[in-house]
Design a protein around this ligand. Structure first.
Ligand code: SF4
Length: 413
């Protein structure tokens, strides 16, 4: 077990810190928040130039897609076993297998992973189990097996249907593979999300419209539509491509808003659009400041205890992670979130939701009284960024448009 750094303290090992999370702390949580599980698969066929996720090109120079699957699954199981004392007895409502490209796992590998999860954690009978998949890694038989093993929601990284944009994004697939992937997915899954991006290098409004119409034509349950951003430490940050200006990007956003609404989707979160009752339950738990155990290379977790909230991060590099997990040290860093950081962390998530959250959930999820943020709530209302209704914390339309400004109002002084 690695040392946990108490809020406000310098990292230091203590001889007996394994029970630290149960000792008196700065907050008082009335109950445990809902718990989800995130599993990270850290490999992709190739690294995309805009991507800042913990993803690594598959090992091997011969173009094969071989990942050290058995060794990685051993490490995930060891990691989960080591984590059990922190979540003992708590039901798990959703599982998200993300990456990276989890669809590089074989059918047998996915089956083993889900069996291990079921054997070790009390998974709800109707748990939402999502896996991410990338076109170019789709075979009908394997996806039918994933479904049979218990995966019940698929999130496909389409990004665009335009070959030249896909090429500019460094994706391994083209329009043909994107369409084939959706066809295969819809044969086995009735709950499918398409991940799309807009404001792509050189993209016109018409090209954005064409991508959007293609995505809508499949009638999937969910769409995630992300504005391409240049993240630090990516190839795009080093060699920035020419991107649409802000005015054009706003026009694209307005178009997306109008067309998704006409097509029966509800814009329920900054980048997420869902048909009725098909919101991503796993992501909703993040945005509502629920708990999640994160296992796998570089995975982050947030876990609550009666008097403190911990954040964890696993070792990032796959080889280091596998070695450390097998040695009983999967967690590289565990840090208690200070009471003064919690309001911003809570708001960073909750304000992304169109409906916001019940005002009472601030206390339920942070263990702090609502009056800890009453001054900032009043200031945001005065500026027209938050609704005046005292029973909910909900951004206005203006608040959603200037979300960063609104979130920053809750930063510690
Ligand atoms: S496929 Fe996705 S996770 Fe992999 S490198 Fe590209 S953007 Fe990153």
């Amino acid at each position: 077990m690695i040392p946990i750094v108490p809020a406000g303290a310098a990292p230091a090992a203590t001889p007996d810190n394994t029970q630290l999370w149960l000792k008196p702390g700065q907050i008082a949580l009335p109950a445990s928040p809902p718990l989800s599980l995130y599993v990270h698969v850290p490999w992709c066929v190739r690294k995309c130039p805009y991507c800042d996720f913990n993803s690594h090109a598959v090992p091997g120079k011969d173009g094969s897609h071989d990942i050290p699957e058995d060794a990685y699954l051993d490490a995930l199981r060891a990691d989960l076993e080591q984590s059990l004392p922190l979540v003992w007895g708590r039901p798990v409502h959703t599982v998200f297998i993300g990456g990276g490209t989890p669809s590089l796992l074989s059918a047998a590998g996915m089956d083993r992973l889900l069996s291990d999860i079921r054997a070790l954690l009390p998974l709800d009978a109707d748990a939402e189990i999502t896996m991410e998949a990338n076109p170019g890694t789709f075979e009908a038989e394997r996806f039918a097996s994933y479904r049979a093993s218990g995966v019940n929601r698929l999130s496909i990284g389409i990004q665009s249907f335009n070959d030249s944009h896909l090429q500019a994004l460094g994706r391994i697939h083209g329009e043909r593979e994107a369409r084939a992937a959706i066809d295969i997915a819809q044969r086995s899954f009735d709950n499918v999300n398409l991940d799309m991006m807009y404001a792509l290098p050189g993209q016109t409004l018409e090209q954005c419209r064409s991508d959007l119409e293609s995505a809508l034509s499949y009638g999937t349950t969910h769409l995630s539509l992300y504005h391409l951003t240049l993240e630090p430490n990516t190839l795009f940050a080093k060699f920035p491509p020419a991107l649409p200006d802000d005015d054009l990007a706003y026009e694209m956003q307005d178009l997306i808003e109008a067309r998704t609404t006409e097509a029966g989707y509800r814009h329920y979160e900054t980048s997420a659009y869902a048909r009725a009752h098909r919101e991503a339950r796993h992501n909703l738990n993040y945005w509502r400041f629920g708990d999640y155990l994160g296992i796998g290379a570089g995975a982050h977790g947030k876990l609550s205890f009666p008097n403190r909230i911990l954040r964890q991060m696993r070792h990032k590099h796959p080889a280091t992670y596998m070695a450390q997990a097998m040695a009983g040290n999967a967690v590289q860093e565990a840090r208690e979130v200070g009471a003064d950081e919690l309001p911003f962390e809570f708001m960073l998530n909750a304000l992304r939701l169109t409906d916001g959250v019940p005002a009472s959930s601030f206390h339920d999820m942070t263990g702090l009284p609502l009056h800890a943020i009453s001054r900032q709530l009043a200031a945001a209302e005065t500026k027209g960024l938050l609704d005046a209704d005292p029973t909910v914390i909900r951004p206005t339309e203006l608040g959603r448009r200037f979300l960063n400004d609104l979130q920053e109002m809750f930063l510690k002084d």
